[in-house]
Design a protein around this ligand. Sequence first.
Ligand SMILES: Cc1cc2nc3c(=O)[nH]c(=O)nc-3n(C[C@H](O)[C@H](O)[C@H](O)COP(=O)(O)OP(=O)(O)OC[C@H]3O[C@@H](n4cnc5c(N)ncnc54)[C@H](O)[C@@H]3O)c2cc1C
Length: 483
Amino acid sequence: MAAKKGSKMKADIVIIGGGGAGLPAALAAYEKGSKALVLEKRGMVGGNALMAEGFFAAESPAQKRLLIDAKKDDLFKKALDYAHYKIDPRIVRVFINRSGDTVRWIEEKGIRFNRIAPFYPNQVPLVWHIVEGHGATLMKIFEKECKEKGIPILRKTRAKEIWVDDTGRVKGVKAEGEEGEIEIEAKSAIIATGGYASNKELLKRYCPEHLEMLEESGVPGMDGDGLIMAMELGADTAGLGNLHMVGPAPFPQNWTIEAVAGEPYCIWVNQKGKRFIDETITFNVFEAINAILRQKGRICFAILDNKMKEDIVEHGFIRGCGELFVPRGKKVEGLDKELSRQIDKGGAFISESLEEISAWIGAPRDALRETVDEYNVFCDRRYDEIFVKDPQYLQALRIPPFYAIKFSGALIGTMGGIKINYRMEVLNKADDPIPGLYAVGADTGGWESDTYCAVLSGSAFGFAMNSGRIAAENASDYIQGKR
Ligand SMILES: Cc1cc2nc3c(=O)[nH]c(=O)nc-3n(C[C@H](O)[C@H](O)[C@H](O)COP(=O)(O)OP(=O)(O)OC[C@H]3O[C@@H](n4cnc5c(N)ncnc54)[C@H](O)[C@@H]3O)c2cc1C
């Protein structure tokens, strides 16, 4: 749907952003009897949720069918422990409590979740509900239902300002469409613009961990519009600066090469040619990035020998890349070609000589040889004296040629931003709600600490959908005078 120049429109709730949080919010508003209108700045809906592989839920119908005992109460405590209590327990509580019902809600729309995958070895309980076809499958279902229910989605229409009356209550949203400016009068607005991972200036200002060189994995357009609009209205922030990062991620980005660098048999070295961690941390990409970013220059290298490379070709990846991007355990066709391409682009190196590789990574010529010799002794003894790597992944590097893959990390999105409470109401600096204003998904902070919690795998997408539903329900109560 397109809006005409100078258009004035009316809705009960304007939802700013048609992604992982915005579309469920629109449907939840409809279910509560409110007229929602969605503004989406891109030509298509879905945002980063298009790429998400799975989402968190506890005590869902799918878990019950698969005999997975994922207790909300236990997961709630785990989340708080992991974050060292630096998050808001009431937000986490409503999210986890609602998550199982959201699976029911989605399944009623005609999809069934049959795969709840581990994110790392021996994960208990399993919580990551895999969406075949990625989040794009869900976004299509939500978009279709919005259409059926007559919920307008204005594409290529960027919200620019939320306006309030003299008492500070939301009155509407101004936006810029293809044909010019439009105004939508509404008593409530839900900010769902997906964070600020595309906005280099905001990243520089708020995120000490951010580096220009981190590859951005998400869709473009996450410019922090929601955060900026909320701050203009006096909103406070929570967890601002926390980033959703993963590692290893090679330069240039390539999912297959990422999977090679992430194989647990590889060794990882820094620019001095020294190992710096038990490489099996690779199974938790959100923690691995912390170890990677501690290294000088924040550049590291995965080293493997020809036997390891051949094992990947023949037997497939042990870790792979995500659950859907590069699967595990399947013969890998064309790996030599992918490696050659990465070498041509300067992101990898091959040589019969460890000394040459050492020079390529910028370390003293003998450094890598010393590291590998020491590691090979650990492998022979089945004991890594320094980092206590799981012996099942100790495999000596002895068969040339050797490969080095340059990597750092990738930025998936931002995890902190607008301060909200458990109703998803936006809070001002006095911790009071700004009447009629809600924020959801990656625009918000307070539900995740500085390191993304893999124990609650899929909580980013999970939080987006659940916070969207919760916000829309509360916004409906607010405009209907029930609160
Ligand atoms: C490669 C990749 C893989 C991922 N995998 C997972 C996973 O497996 N599990 C998981 O939990 N999470 C995953 N995530 C993260 C997850 O996708 C996000 O946390 C989630 O999409 C956040 O939802 P959101 O609605 O806040 O933002 P988005 O889904 O990104 O939606 C935001 C929308 O707002 C629109 N918008 C922005 N500004 C404006 C404006 N001013 N006016 C109108 N519209 C605007 C954007 O165009 C976009 O459509 C992944 C992310 C990436 C990049």
